[in-house]
Design a protein. Structure first.
Length: 278
């Protein structure tokens, strides 16, 4: 039985004032628990797609559906949509504006009119999920870039969305910061939040995601990530490159699609089984 569809688009077209059409006839879906990587060249329309999905940009044509509900753009309807679907932008400074971390993370729940105890519980839970509980009383201007990224995500998580859309959540992070962010995203999934991220890092995407959306020539290709990223034609048209593990398998003439270092080691072990000492 397939997972519940949380969000989908039907024949979606999108643009910005004074610009040609950015997205054309896009039909995609996001299912509960399925990790999705959104890939494409700079300017291909990844952020435009995410803004349409979150309700912050109205499509020029077609529509977005949350479950079976067609998203409309009145204030009350958008408020309900944004409780279920949260977008975190690439630059955390676009979303952090309170004096300290707890105040910032509490902003959304407070605006929902929740009681103080409920807000406090949500702030505590969100910071714990992001591995940032120790930052609760820290002034936002004292945070490192990686800490600001995690706090920005915590603010969205405090809304308890069904679907969390992240625009380049690992961009600008050092290797430790990337690991911390990915561990936090795994905790969110275990907690019931479905995550989709836009990224330029095809190696990270292959290791992390279940499915890919590849934005190319105004359209979007969706499918299992190892299948799409092994398709050299699609990857080239999208101005991406083959992940190193798939490139290695291709050069060795192997049909396998290893996604991680462990997968590569297993593939090579099957190609050259270790000799048994006599």
């Amino acid at each position: 039985m397939s997972a519940k569809v949380l969000l989908s688009t039907e024949h979606l077209y999108a643009t910005h004032p004074g610009r040609p059409m950015v997205l054309t006839d896009v039909n995609v879906s996001f299912r509960a628990g399925v990790r999705v990587a959104i890939l494409g060249a700079n300017g291909s329309g990844k952020t435009t797609l995410m803004r349409c999905l979150s309700g912050s940009l109205k499509p020029a044509k077609g529509h977005v559906k949350r479950g079976d509900i067609v998203v409309s753009y009145g204030r009350a309807q958008l408020r309900e949509h944004r409780r279920a679907v949260q977008l975190v932008l690439q630059d955390p400074d676009d979303q952090l504006f309170s004096a300290d971390v707890s105040q910032d993370v509490s902003f959304g729940p407070m605006n929902m009119g929740l009681k103080v105890d409920e807000v406090r519980d949500r702030v505590s839970e969100s910071l714990e999920l992001l591995g940032a509980s120790h930052l609760a009383e820290r002034a936002t201007y004292q945070l490192s870039y990686g800490e600001r990224k995690r706090v920005a995500v915590a603010g969205a998580v405090a809304m308890r969305p069904d679907l969390l859309l992240l625009d380049e959540p690992t961009a600008g992070l050092d290797p430790v910061g990337v690991t911390q962010m990915l561990e936090a995203l795994d905790r969110l999934r275990d907690h019931g939040t479905t995550v989709a991220m836009a990224t330029h890092d095809v190696d990270l995407a292959l290791a992390w995601a279940d499915e890919a959306l590849i934005v190319v020539d105004g359209g979007v290709r969706q499918g299992p990530i190892d299948e799409l990223l092994a398709n050299a034609s699609v990857v080239e048209k999208a101005h991406l490159h083959l992940p190193w593990s798939l490139e290695l398998a291709r050069r060795l003439g192997m049909d396998e699609r290893p996604r991680t270092m462990s997968g590569v080691v297993a593939m090579l072990s099957r190609r050259h089984p270790p000799s048994v000492a006599q």
